[in-house]
Design a protein around this ligand. Structure first.
Ligand SMILES: [Zn+2]
Length: 162
């Protein structure tokens, strides 16, 4: 798991500003990494609605074609609903026809990954690097230029228009 630890360390040590296609975003923080990770399950339940809690903290998957963010087409950034860290630029969003908000790229320094076997074969799970909230899975069937599809739960994101 050294790769995951490395990503988290990189996220902790970066400066508070993240450059994206939408410009510099101030990611300096509603709270520090250590604080987000110290919250108890009860504190997370107070902070999140029940459905978002199940996705972010229990790695549940929302039903496809249920997220209003599927239809979101404005310029802006998609933030982690758990801790408000920006994870995706809207310029990388595309319609994958899967029923989940999908992106071909991610703000890499703001996520970590693991491998899970929940449905019998390995998948790459990714999560917010700051609060460690589960976001979705990444698959190698996306469009150019990355060829990747970040298949995200809409319940784990908030949209911030540019
Ligand atoms: Zn987060």
């Amino acid at each position: 798991m050294s790769g995951v630890a490395g990503l988290v360390v990189a996220a902790c040590s970066r400066a508070g500003t993240v450059s994206t296609q939408a410009g510099a975003v101030d990611a300096a923080d509603a709270f520090a990494d250590a604080e987000a990770r110290s919250w108890s399950e009860d504190q997370w339940k107070e902070r999140l609605d029940a459905a978002s809690f199940r996705v972010l903290r229990k790695a549940a998957t929302e039903r496809p074609f249920t997220s209003p963010l599927n239809e979101e087409k404005r310029a802006g950034l998609f933030h982690c609903k758990g801790c408000d860290l920006p994870l995706f630029d809207a310029a990388t969003k595309y319609d994958s026809r899967t029923g989940w908000p999908s992106f071909f790229d991610v703000i890499k320094e703001n996520i970590g990954t693991t491998t899970d076997y929940k449905i019998g074969y390995p998948r790459t799970e990714y999560h917010c690097a700051r609060c460690l909230g589960h976001q979705g899975h990444v698959f190698p069937d996306g469009p150019r230029p990355t060829g990747l599809r970040y298949c995200n739960n809409g319940l784990a994101l908030t949209f911030v228009p540019a």
